[in-house]
Every structure is written in C-alpha cells, then in structure tokens.
Design a binder for this molecule. Structure first.
Ligand code: G1P
Length: 297
C-alpha cells in the first residue's frame, strides 16, 4: 500500500463570512489564540507523516506563502534581542525547503474544483485533503488516526462526526453500511441534504485520505449543490473501499463566527499558560464556567 506523503490544502476561498476582517488578509490567516488557522492544519499534517504540502490558493493569498517561508529579517531581529523562545517557535514550525508548493485555483468553482487543481502536483498516488476551517483538538492528530485506518483497510478514508438532524444541510452526509461505532463503511454520500432527504446524521468533517482516481471524476466538472463542483459528489462515485472514522478529537467549525470564537476559547483553555487568565476574563464578563477538557467522542 502506498504511504500518504502529500496533503492538499484548499485555501482559495474568499472568506466572505468574515468580512471586513478578510478584506486584506486571507481567512486562513485569522489567528486561533496565536497561530493562524492554516498553521494548525499544516502541523496536523506534518505530525501525521505528511512530507509535501500543496496549497490551492487564489488572489490575495500571498500571506499564506509568507507564513511558510523563512523571514530572515524577523529571525535576525529576534536573535539580536535574545528572544530565544520566539525563535524556537519559528524554527519548530519550519517546513523543509521544497516541501511546499502552490497552485492557483483561478476560478471559484467549489471544493471539488479546488482539489482537482492540485492533480498534477499530487500525481498518481493517494493523498490527504485538509480543510483549514475545521480544527480538531485532541491528543492525537486526526489525520494520523485516519491514516491508521487507511493502512489497515486501504481505499479512501474520511473523518466523520454525528450531527443533529436539523444540521444535515450544512455537511456532506454519509449513507452508511456497517458501523462499529468508530469506523463506518461509506456506501454513498450526499452534499448538504435537507434533513428529510439525509441518509443519516453522520457528517463529513474536513479531512480526507483519497485515491487519485478521484481526479477523473472531478475532471468531469459536474455541478452539484449550490451550483458548485463538489468534492462529495466525486467521492460518491469512487469504487474503492471507503470508510469514515469518528476521530477522537473535538471538531470546531471555524467557518462560522461563533465556531471560530469557540475554537479560540477551547484552544486557549487547553493551554496551561493561558487557562487561568481566560477564566478570569470570562468571569469579568459575568460568565461562570467550568472547563472540561474536550475529549474523545
Ligand atoms: C465542506 C464539504 C462538506 C463537509 C464540510 C466540513 O463544506 O463540502 O461535505 O461536510 O466541508 O466542514 P463547506 O463547509 O466548505 O461548505
């Protein structure tokens, strides 16, 4: 079985929900505590064994390129001021030169189209896709858990979670086969069905391990939900074994403002150096909270 070495990050979206914050900076550069959203996805991928990072970008996304480049001036200034901790943080995040590549989506035609734009860089090998909007806080990187399942069963693997019936229209929804409570067989997928049409309440989270055969389906550029070329629709046509895994971490939807704020709170509260300060701030706002560390679902 081929090892998963490449990950695709579709980062071409306009981020309209976060305007005016995203007028001049990409949505993926909005910080959760002290790191940009995209940094979490990249670190999750790296900690899961990914060696090549492919960004599908668009206009106004050069800040993402700068984020994954060396900044000599900054390093020099930090070094001359003895800021060794800050320097170490930057060094720890550094990706190997040549490990990062960028391709522009050029037309905002949907997630399926964005992934298709990476086809020449991915080539004929299985690969991962990570959506930066979905943050997954847990002890183990979600993608690593998925790659474990891939190593055992091959084919395609997606991360899934159970959602409320009234929320099916926000997600890709699985038509499940056998389900042992953690790993679920995927028979079919529907993008954003109304609750009455949804085959289940098992939703796709933005993490995928896919066989390159998906590109052939994506190249047909069929329009799906919302008039966009949907990744979900191409996945529904795959023949190879297909499983969903309920990853152990807690997923935050940073594509919405409330989800983004919740992620900021959860990630800050999960940090020993911030927890008590954040609690004090919440108390000042009249919120009395008991924090329970998010855990395996
Ligand atoms: C995308 C996918 C959807 C998936 C979701 C997870 O939707 O199309 O299938 O459930 O990500 O976050 P989006 O949130 O980009 O509309």
């Amino acid at each position: 079985m081929k090892r998963i070495k490449k990950a695709v990050f579709p980062v071409g979206g306009l981020g309209t929900r976060f305007l005016p914050a995203t007028k001049a900076i990409p949505k993926e550069m909005l910080p959760v505590v002290d790191r940009p959203l995209i940094q979490y996805g990249v670190e999750e991928a790296r900690d899961s064994g990914i060696e090549e990072f492919i960004f599908v970008t668009g206009r106004n996304k050069t800040a993402i390129e700068d984020q994954f480049d060396t900044n000599f001036e900054l390093q020099h200034t930090l070094a001359s001021r003895g800021k060794t901790d800050a320097l170490a943080t930057l060094e720890q995040l550094r990706l190997e030169p040549g490990a990062v590549s960028y391709v522009r989506q050029m037309e905002p035609l949907g997630l399926g189209h964005a992934v298709w734009c990476a086809r020449n860089l991915v080539g004929d090998e299985p690969f991962a896709v990570l959506l930066a909007d979905d943050l997954i806080l847990g002890d183990r990187p979600a993608l690593a858990e998925m790659i474990d399942v891939y190593d055992q069963r091959g084919g395609n693997v997606i991360a899934v979670m159970d959602v409320a019936t009234e929320h099916t229209s926000r997600y890709g929804i699985v038509d499940p086969g056998s389900d042992d409570g953690r790993v679920v067989q995927v028979n079919n997928l529907v993008e954003k069905p109304a609750p009455g049409d949804a085959p289940s309440t098992i939703a796709v989270v933005g993490r995928y391990v896919l066989q390159s055969e998906v590109f052939a389906f994506l190249s047909e550029k069929r329009e799906g939900a919302g008039g966009e070329i949907q990744l979900t629709d191409a996945l529904a046509r795959l023949d190879s074994p297909f499983h969903g895994i309920r990853v152990s971490g807690t997923r935050f939807d940073c594509g919405t403002k409330a989800g983004f704020l919740e992620a900021n709170l959860a990630y800050a509260l999960a940090r020993d150096d911030m927890r008590s300060e954040v609690f004090e701030a919440l108390e000042r706002l009249g919120i009395s909270a008991t924090f329970v560390q998010p855990e395996a679902s």
